[in-house]
Design a protein around this ligand. Structure first.
Ligand code: MG
Length: 265
């Protein structure tokens, strides 16, 4: 069932979104060669709790950590570990969710670790552009097919794959509400977007095949061909004024991409 949020509820969701974005920024600041992903997880959990929030992911379906940290060919749902140390040239997709004031904010960003190759940067920049293009489609009267098509058209025009097996979702009192928000589709098809809907738009874009596998830990999703993947996500409200990114703080809705290039749209 679609849950429509009233304007004052969307204002409350902005507070949750700001905590989630601050958590994501902290993760990005820490994503340097030599740090383990469990250290990032612990720092993010501390930040969320210091703001009066709760890490939404911890315990969700049994997930053991506060962030998802997915390195290189890992697409989503990577589990932070003391055994996973970031290396120069890696990319790490970090997903943070914060519950604050009874509402959830959900966002993700792929960060560069040190010096990343130009081809991997190209993948990341395209995935970021896909998110930006999809957000622009999140207006009343459009359909989810318009959102998905915006991602698919841009990714495929640049020779990248669009993951089908995992999709975005409605967000509200809980992390996953209806509807599902695919990153592919046909314009003019699918659920019509209404004022007061809140959705997490989260393109997962791959260098090679869009086929996925799940590792033996039951969580970590990787590309079937082992090639890198990028993942960007914001929680977005559909309003009569247009799309409003709820996962933003005083610095805005985007995180810098290490290396400095194309930090903001
Ligand atoms: Mg999400």
């Amino acid at each position: 069932m679609l849950k429509i949020k009233l304007p004052h509820q969307i204002e409350q969701m902005k507070a949750a979104g700001a905590v989630s974005k601050a958590a994501l920024r902290r993760a990005g600041d820490l994503a340097k060669p030599g740090i383990s992903t469990i250290e990032i997880d612990q720092a993010v959990e501390s930040l969320i709790r210091s703001r009066g929030g709760v890490p939404t992911f911890k315990g969700y379906g049994g997930f053991p950590a506060s962030i998802c940290s997915s390195v290189n060919e890992q697409i989503v749902h990577g589990i932070p570990s003391p055994a996973t140390t970031l290396k120069d040239g890696d990319i790490v997709s970090i997903d943070t969710g914060a519950t604050f004031g009874g509402w959830v904010g959900d966002n993700a960003w792929t960060f560069y670790v040190g010096n990343v190759s130009d081809d991997v940067k190209g993948l990341c920049e395209c995935a970021r552009d896909c998110l930006e293009a999809a957000i622009k489609e999140a207006i009343p009267g459009n359909r989810l097919g318009d959102v998905g098509a915006a991602v698919q058209e841009l990714a495929e025009a640049n020779g990248y794959g669009v993951v089908r097996d995992y999709v975005g979702h409605g967000v509200g009192r809980v992390m996953h509400e209806d509807p599902e928000v695919p990153n592919y589709g046909k314009r003019g098809r699918g659920v019509r977007l209404q004022i007061g809907m809140v959705i997490a738009i989260e393109p997962m874009i791959t260098m090679g095949t869009y086929e996925t596998k799940v590792l033996n830990n039951g969580w970590t999703v990787v590309t079937a061909d082992g090639k890198p993947a990028a993942h960007y996500e914001n929680t977005v409200a559909i309003t009569k004024e247009g799309p409003v990114v709820l996962t933003q703080d005083e610095l805005g809705p985007w995180c810098p991409m290490q290396g400095g290039e194309k930090a903001e749209p």
